[in-house]
Write a protein that binds this ligand. Sequence first.
Ligand code: KIV
Ligand code: NA
Length: 263
Amino acid sequence: MAKITTATLLKMKQQGEKITMLTAYDASFAKLFADSGVETLLVGDSLGMVLQGQPDTLPVTVEQIAYHTRCVRAGAPQAFIIADMPFMSYATMEQAFANVTPMMQAGANMVKMEGGEFLLPTIKALTERGVPVCGHIGLTPQSVHVFGGFKVQGRDDAAAEHILQQAIALEQAGCQLLVVECIPSLLAERISLALRIPVIGIGAGVVTDGQVLVMHDLLGISSGYIPKFSKNFLQETGDIKKAISKFVADVKSAAFPGPEHSF
Ligand code: KIV
Ligand code: NA
């Protein structure tokens, strides 16, 4: 696969080709995903849950994400890698400056941050300094204690309007990619149409510019609560490589996610 850049992703949106994203935490899976045509790999702080067995993502550290980013980069030298910024590692602009550095030096092409208004100056400053940023709105798991649980966001008109305005503001601040998590499909569609940058959904319906899944959900090996939006692709294929290829094919053809995975 040719090297993927922010320009590639933008062009894919313009041409109506769906973008695939999977979380990756190690070299072996990163290579499999890249070889299967997954365009973007996310070193998600979901690793706190699926690798460390924690109840949420809050315990994850900058050093841990940087370590796993190095592992993923080693396995997939050509991949477009997004490093997730951990809880409170970008609460101030100065913290963001200090903490994105090990991520980019570990081989990330982009960093991801959860949040809206408070992040706008940070995103502008990082982009000006050469660090591409992916936004993340809707259900932002680092705010689970504020939300009172992992709940769908943007259900009523006012909340939906607020999330749409956040998306527009994040693009204006310089975000080059946006993840929207657990929002009604109609809202995700409005956001995807309103923005020039690609919008990647998880639990956000089929009308986005791409889809992301946690790799453990795709393989059906997550323990405990399985979110409604996830799909076990291993079950119907019986083979890890085929499961990954099926995810890619189903995202490209808009067969996944179906209404049963959406809100
Ligand atoms: O940490 C993660 O895996 C994520 C995705 C679910 C978007 O942020
Ligand atoms: Na995350």
